[in-house]
Ligand binder design. Sequence first.
Ligand SMILES: [Zn+2]
Ligand SMILES: [Zn+2]
Length: 454
Amino acid sequence: MEKNKSLFSTQKVLTKTNFPFILPSSTIRRLFRQCARKRGYGMSQVLDLVDLRVVELAKQLQQWFHKHAELGWQEEETMEHVTLVLNDGCQLNPRQLKGGIVCDIVNPDLPGTPMIGFRADLDALQIQEKTGLRCASRNPGVMHACGHDFHTGALLATATVLAANRHLLARNIRLLFTQAEEIPPGGEPELIRARGADGLTAVYGLHVITSAPEFGGVFPTGTFATRVGNITAHSDRVTIRLECEGGHAIEVRQKGSLTDAYSWWVDKLRAEILNPIPGALVHPAVPTASTQAPNILPSWLEFVVSFRAVDRENYEQAVCQLARIADLFRKVFPTTVLTIDHPTGHIPTFNDPAISLTATQAARDVLNWAARSNTVITPPRVWTDCPQIMGGESFGRFDHDFGIRSNYMMIGAGGITDDEQAIHGHGHHTPVFNPDERVLPLMLAYWLALAMQL
Ligand SMILES: [Zn+2]
Ligand SMILES: [Zn+2]
């Protein structure tokens, strides 16, 4: 019942905006045609397509996804909603594959020609929201605290414009909505295996950033950042399991406890990897155990380590150290059975030089347009050599697994004035994460600018 009601509310959103771009006016058609013919010239006019109605649509969609936050590999309602908007709102034919949804927007005059991909991610995180927003997550303990609701909302709203003008597109476009980005290796390897990336010649990703340590803190609304080469890091999830006989708490002097063994690991990971290797990072999560009772010595304890490195060299060094720590552990705790499961997670996203040039140009077009239309007051900036971030990304798989040249762009959403930054500048994966919604028109404009770039 609740599900039907929520689907209906988006129908209402779409109807309220009167499907503005399903039947575009002759002016819109003319602008698109001009742009297509002049290969980029007149871009700012095309970006005027980002009018208040489509921005409102993006906002409504983003808020819907925020409210219905779902964890990776459990994005059922989210995917149903994406499919509904693409079907009913855009008259497209989305395909649900293992790993996500793909949807082609094809110019009928250009059938079978290569495609470029625009990618958004769908999943939320295991966090209890504390923003107090009206659209706060209704799912306890699950929150969009990385902006994936912005990515999906903005790309869907863009789809309405692109679908309405598909016969004027210079390149066919595939939208990719991927699952479980936050759970390495994420949805991309599955999506690629399910042939969701077949026929793509390039793929673009866009991520909102409110604040990042690598960028010196708050990242102001409307600033773009990218770089050629590796832009994100290796990111694995290493599961460490400790097992012993267990027992009564009064035996702790004789037997020791797995909580001691866990503390030992936490100290060693910091001393042997985090502190001495600046290009690597480890964070052991809070453990789970056979019991929470203080009068029982647990018989097993398990914890997952976020294991990251900027490049292959640092990664291998950290892997080596991890093996050394494990050897030492077996000597210090001879009666405890240690099992380590270390699958490959995210590999660094490599930004191709040529594709990045196109992305950078699109970002510049957007900022010129924004300055002219007063869409957002910002010191305009496209940072083309930003530092590599320690964040992982499943997006890197398109290039790594399938050889599709790609660009990953980041866009600031941390507010502009001090007061705004106090509200919007909270870090990713915090319960108060709250990006500046004025980033939405810029995201829409970015996708449109890319669609018209050749
Ligand atoms: Zn994240
Ligand atoms: Zn993210």
